[in-house]
Design a protein around this ligand. Structure first.
Ligand code: GTP
Ligand code: MG
Length: 328
């Protein structure tokens, strides 16, 4: 999803590296290019402005202390990487387990964001780590929602607490409460509560989410949001933050052609970390969100190797190509 942004970053850095000695005006040009690329990718304006200001001032400060143009370019590249990791949240944040089991995770978000699918993904992920999750069907509104969760639970071998048929029948707050009591009595160590979404943020949706929250005091409320909705993702996040509140964000549909703005803006604007990312419909298409890997991906370094290794490779490659060239 970061294809456009990655290619813009890559262009900006190759023109910087081709400069030889880098001047303050080269830095201004690079900052202008990066700024345009971020805005085109739907990153929120205040986030872009503070990001650019940091890379501009840190790069200008670093410049005089470095002799060769290659070292200068590498230093600027590393500054950009560090700041990207920072706006993506710094380091990965894991789920905080409750001191006394079960750990309760409540999912909240708009219709179609990917909550029910995520419930299955989380259940699979934590079951594979030796936990004993229970899924709780508290979306009693959307047609077939209870059945969807049952199918998801069955496919990952995790039980589903679903005492009500849904489709408008049953009280979601009671189901959530009973689900926690059931988990305690059967010694499940984790409860994942699926809740109803709505087409847009409305009072009814918030009232229901707040009532469930107050009844079960979750250890983590995860706000689930479709990255494809661009700038709306941030607006929706802010509405949920003002309404039910949440502890972490899950970005879904990162496999789509979203431009990446949501990923780069949401943590700065809500102060809450992105904790997981979802990148496909399959229940294995899911991972912990690692800000450093995401930054490497945006900078076109792939998402597995660390930046230090990759940057060294890129710059060593370039220097040896230049040496070869000089010797021929
Ligand atoms: N491509 C892609 N599709 C996804 C992803 N996560 C979920 N989906 C799909 O998005 C659609 C909606 O997902 P659900 O999990 O039902 O969303 P929800 O938030 O529970 O929706 P409501 O129950 O209506 O509030 C389904 O078709 C999922 O298969 C993802 O990461 N990538
Ligand atoms: Mg659902």
């Amino acid at each position: 999803m970061f294809d456009n942004l990655s290619s813009k970053f890559s262009n900006a850095f190759s023109s910087l590296r081709s400069r030889g000695k880098i001047s303050p005006s080269d830095i201004e040009n690079t900052c202008a290019e990066v700024r345009t690329a971020l805005l085109e990718s739907d990153v929120a304006l205040p986030v872009v402005d503070s990001f650019i200001e940091k890379i501009r001032s840190k790069s200008l400060e670093a410049l005089p202390n470095l002799q060769s143009g290659t070292n200068q370019a590498q230093a600027i590249f590393e500054i950009v990487n560090t700041e990207l990791v920072e706006i993506l949240g710094g380091s990965a944040r894991r789920v905080r387990f409750a001191k006394t089991a079960p750990t309760v995770i409540m999912l909240a978000g708009l219709q179609g964001a990917g909550k029910t699918t995520l419930a299955g993904k989380l259940a699979k992920f934590y079951a594979e780590q030796g936990n004993t999750p229970l899924l709780v069907a508290s979306d009693l509104q959307r047609p077939n929602a209870v059945n969807q969760l049952q199918v998801v639970g069955e496919s990952v071998g995790v039980p589903v607490f679903a005492p009500e048929p849904g489709n408008g029948v049953g009280n979601p707050v009671k189901v959530a409460e009973q689900g926690i009591a059931f988990a305690k009595s059967k010694l499940y160590n984790m409860v994942i509560v699926d809740t109803a979404g709505r087409l847009g943020v409305d009072q009814e949706l918030m009232r229901e989410a707040i009532a469930i929250r107050d009844a079960i005091s979750p250890d983590e409320i995860l706000f689930v949001v479709d990255a494809m909705i661009g700038q709306d993702a941030v607006r929706t996040a802010q509405a949920f933050q003002d309404g039910v509140g949440f502890d972490g964000v899950v970005l879904t549909k990162l496999d789509g052609d979203a431009r990446g703005g949501a990923a780069l803006s949401i943590t700065q604007l809500t102060g809450k970390p992105i904790m997981f990312s979802s990148n496909g419909e399959k229940l294995s298409d899911f991972d912990i969100f690692y800000p450093d890997r995401m930054a490497s991906r945006i900078l076109g370094l792939g998402d597995v190797a660390t930046l230090a290794e990759q940057a060294k490779k890129a710059f060593d490659g370039e220097s040896s190509a230049r040496l070869e060239c000089r010797s021929c």
